[in-house]
Design a protein around this ligand. Structure first.
Ligand code: SF4
Length: 341
């Protein structure tokens, strides 16, 4: 029988496991402590749990963690980690050190089925969801784990089609029995999958970032097929109905493509769409990817776009370009590995 990985189980799941073995309920907290605080890699290391209990656990479960199989370090100290999650299946995480914060961008799927036409991961197609343990493993297996200040679910894959595992991983990151983080240090980035978005809003207090890339439905559809099922207008309309609590922030990601979405017409379109919604707009420089004809907007155009949005009363920022020399754009390193293995 295939034994499940115990790493990534929530306290509720650990309680049920302990109950099924007739172990005392407090054992679940001891196991969680070893898994998420002491970061052990074997049941044998759980020294305050009886030998009998450890034997029972190891007969039904494995405790598996994956160390990165490759690390690339940029000249600006951005680090890209590559994890192997299965035969021929790889995912990436990117560590971004800044003056006042250290962010880790984590993946939630192997490949991605959303098919955004500017994205290397989209070209891999969907190859499976990551479990909560595989998401957490990206955080706990890197050398900078204790220096991290922020986590963004913005790596490979669409988090809100793997909502169960994403929510479980957030529970473990934000619980006293887990990593003990505040949800205000976590951002979920999505193309806008309405049912998943509603669950994240209801079940967590994390920040939300929606990929817009065009305020116009026909033009967004050219970039992002998801526009057909969940139009950006519907996503924005829903966000306008929610009450922002616990300091939750809403932002929109906007990759700047030359002569595609970087005109004054687009500034006016964004202003009309987001009118009345408290939010921030993050303008992102496009890192060109092989086989994609889109070009990056000029620096001058990006700054002008930002200024026009600011004049219209929006908070607009331009995201610093990091790790260009190590292909920090999502999916580039894992695509190289998938095709080589
Ligand atoms: S941009 Fe994100 S959602 Fe779109 S294909 Fe790439 S990984 Fe998937």
């Amino acid at each position: 029988m295939l034994r499940e990985n115990i790493y990534g189980k929530t306290i509720g799941e650990l309680e049920r496991i302990c109950h099924s073995f007739s172990l005392p309920a407090y054992t679940s907290f001891q196991i969680a402590d070893w898994l998420y605080k002491k970061n052990v890699c074997s049941f044998d290391s759980m020294s305050n749990i009886s030998k009998t209990a450890r034997k029972l656990l190891s007969e039904s479960f494995i405790l598996q963690r994956h160390m990165p199989v490759e690390v690339k370090i940029s000249e600006d100290y951005t680090k890209k980690y590559l994890f192997q999650v299965d035969e021929k299946k790889f995912v990436e995480s990117v560590f971004i050190p800044e003056k006042t914060r250290n962010t880790l961008c984590v993946s939630t799927q192997v490949g991605c089925g959303m098919g955004c036409n500017f994205c290397m991961t989209g070209k891999q197609g969907f190859n499976g969801n990551l479990s909560a343990g595989e998401i957490l493993n990206q955080i706990s297996s890197i050398t900078e784990r204790d220096q991290l200040t922020n986590i963004v679910y913005m790596g490979m894959g669409e988090p809100l089609v793997n909502t169960d595992n994403v929510i479980k991983s957030i529970e473990i990151i934000c619980s006293p029995y887990g990593f003990g983080w505040s949800p205000s240090r976590i951002t979920i980035s999505s193309v806008g999958i309405l049912p998943g978005l509603k669950r994240i809003i209801e079940d967590t207090n994390c920040h939300i970032a929606i990929s817009m890339h065009s305020p116009f439905s026909d033009e967004r559809l050219e970039l992002m097929p998801i526009e057909k099922k969940y139009p950006i207008r519907k996503i924005v309309d829903y966000l306008k109905t929610i009450k922002l609590k616990h300091h939750r922030k809403i932002s929109f990601e906007y990759i700047m493509f030359k002569d595609k979405n970087d005109t004054m017409r687009h500034v006016n379109g964004i202003a009309g769409l987001l009118n009345g919604l408290k939010c921030r707009i993050n303008l992102i420089r496009f890192h060109q990817v092989p086989g994609v004809k889109l070009l990056p907007s000029t620096e001058e155009n990006i700054m002008c776009f930002k200024d026009r949005l600011t004049e219209k009363g929006f908070i607009a920022t331009v995201r610093a370009s990091r790790g260009r020399d190590i292909f920090a754009a999502c999916g580039m390193l894992s695509t190289k590995y998938c095709s080589a293995n």
